[in-house]
Design a protein around this ligand. Structure first.
Ligand code: PXL
Length: 278
């Protein structure tokens, strides 16, 4: 299922905030999030954290947005427009993470609005998108506020120091991540080369939920993690439970992977534009 309930034309749709970086190549970051939000019929709100200079070959550098401007964007939309869910992507520095955590609490959003934390650390080319010193802030300031954290296997290693190589280590990683404070932890298995599938494992401190999908290897999967987290946030904005939202997001990103296209001379993006077909 890749449809969420649509609001009638003229009626205000659900609002979902992305707190993330800009990708000049248009494949990942806020550009990917806004595409998925639009294709799923929710209204996207934005707090830009950093502007990357990048194309399909990699990230050449980035400029961090001043802290007061990041906080201001969140305050501006929360105080006027309101939101039913949010997600974070590229956060760049510990100061930015601390600012977002403080603003989230200060605006009264903690505990009332679901927050999906996609702990972006590097681009698919390995270019750093988060200062190494910021991992501590991610762990200590942001994860305790998260409804759901969605690391890939590299991010799992950075956050909890576990090398996921099979189902047993994936479980151990989910437990260690959950112990950092998020309500739910999703350990994504898309990079698990020991599996022919893409097995994701969700944990709430008590029960494990497994989500399997075919691995789609097109070579064009830029923005896949962002797209998954954006779709999960959109489903949460509609009141889905976390397991249902993850199942929805996984289906969504699988269809976006099938529709991925080449772009430039490197890696192309996953694409939600399949939705425009009749
Ligand atoms: O896909 C992770 C990601 C998130 N946000 C921005 C990015 C990337 C990967 O390159 O550039 C801005």
């Amino acid at each position: 299922m890749t449809f969420l309930p649509l609001s009638p034309p003229g009626e205000t749709p659900r609002r979902v905030l992305t707190i993330a970086g800009s990708d000049s190549g248009g494949g990942a970051g806020i550009q990917a999030d806004l595409r998925t939000f639009a294709m799923l019929g929710v209204h996207g709100l934005v707090a830009v954290t950093a502007v990357t200079v990048q194309n399909s070959l990699g990230v050449k550098g980035f400029h961090e947005i001043p802290l007061d401007v990041i906080a201001g964007q969140i305050e501006a939309v929360a105080s006027d427009i309101g939101l039913q869910a949010a997600k974070t992507g590229m956060l760049a520095s510990s100061e930015i993470i601390d600012t977002i955590a403080d603003t989230w609490v200060g605006q009264g959003l903690a505990g009332s609005v679901p927050l999906v934390v996609d702990p972006v650390c590097a681009s698919m080319h390995g270019d750093p998108l988060l200062h190494p010193s910021a991992v501590k802030s991610l762990r200590e300031q942001l994860l305790p506020l998260a409804t759901l954290v969605t690391p890939n296997l590299d991010e799992v290693r950075l956050l909890v120091g576990i090398d996921v190589v099979d189902a047993g280590t994936q479980r151990a990683a989910a437990e260690a991540l959950h112990a950092l404070g998020p309500r739910w932890a999703l350990v994504k298995g898309g990079h698990l080369r020991s599996s022919p599938h893409s097995p994701d494992l969700l944990f709430d401190g008590t029960e494990f939920y497994e989500f399997d999908s075919p691995r789609i290897d097109t070579g064009h999967d830029h923005g896949a993690g962002d797209t998954l987290a954006a779709a999960v946030a959109a489903a949460l904005a509609h009141g889905y439970s976390v397991p249902d939202a993850v199942a929805f997001g996984k289906n969504w990103v699988t269809e976006c992977l099938r529709a991925a296209y080449p772009l430039g001379h490197g890696h192309g993006p996953v694409s939600p534009l399949f939705r425009l077909r009749a």
